[in-house]
Ligand binder design. Structure first.
Ligand SMILES: Cc1cc2nc3c(=O)[nH]c(=O)nc-3n(C[C@H](O)[C@H](O)[C@H](O)COP(=O)(O)O)c2cc1C
Length: 146
């Protein structure tokens, strides 16, 4: 269903529309973005999906042309901080939530994407600490080369 015309919005809808607009503006103006992406039930959290629904806007962050969709929000660096309670690398569950985020970011024109990953966070202390150490090292590498 299309959104109600602006003048027909009640107070709650107006507030929601303003929030959506601010979120999109903030996204479009950013040079660098860090996305916190824990795996929730083999996907991204619903809050993150809601953010994506706010920043993927036809005519603002992408457009359709005769030759297909074109991203309009390029020129940004995005770091995906990806975490999971279990271990998914090399498993059928793969990194589906990461793949989705990368596809979505590519769609709006963003190709400069780094993934910092910490898995096995719900395991015992040792694998958890090891995963966090690996992620911290990766963050240091990213900033060292920036
Ligand atoms: C609702 C919910 C669903 C989750 N689903 C998964 C899942 O499908 N696979 C997984 O490996 N971890 C899952 N987790 C664990 C989170 O990925 C983990 O809590 C998150 O990466 C952050 O780690 P932390 O809670 O130790 O800070 C889930 C956590 C919650 C709260």
């Amino acid at each position: 269903m299309p959104p109600p015309r602006a003048e027909l919005r009640d107070a709650a809808q107006k507030h929601e529309a303003e929030l959506a607009e601010r979120t999109l503006e903030e996204f479009l103006a950013a040079d660098a973005i860090v996305i916190g992406a824990p795996m929730y039930n083999f996907a991204i959290p619903s809050q993150l999906k809601t953010w994506i629904d706010r920043i993927a806007v036809a005519g603002k962050s992408f457009k359709y042309t005769e030759s297909g969709p074109v991203g309009l929000a390029g020129g940004k660096t995005v770091v995906i901080a990806s975490s999971a309670g279990g271990i998914h690398a090399g498993q059928p569950s793969g990194q589906a939530h990461e793949d989705y985020l990368v596809r979505m970011l590519n769609f709006v024109g963003i190709d400069d994407i780094e993934i910092v990953r910490a898995e096995s966070l719900a395991y015992s202390e040792e694998p958890r600490a090891e995963a966090m150490k690996g992620a911290a090292q990766r963050i240091c590498e990213l900033f060292a080369t920036a």
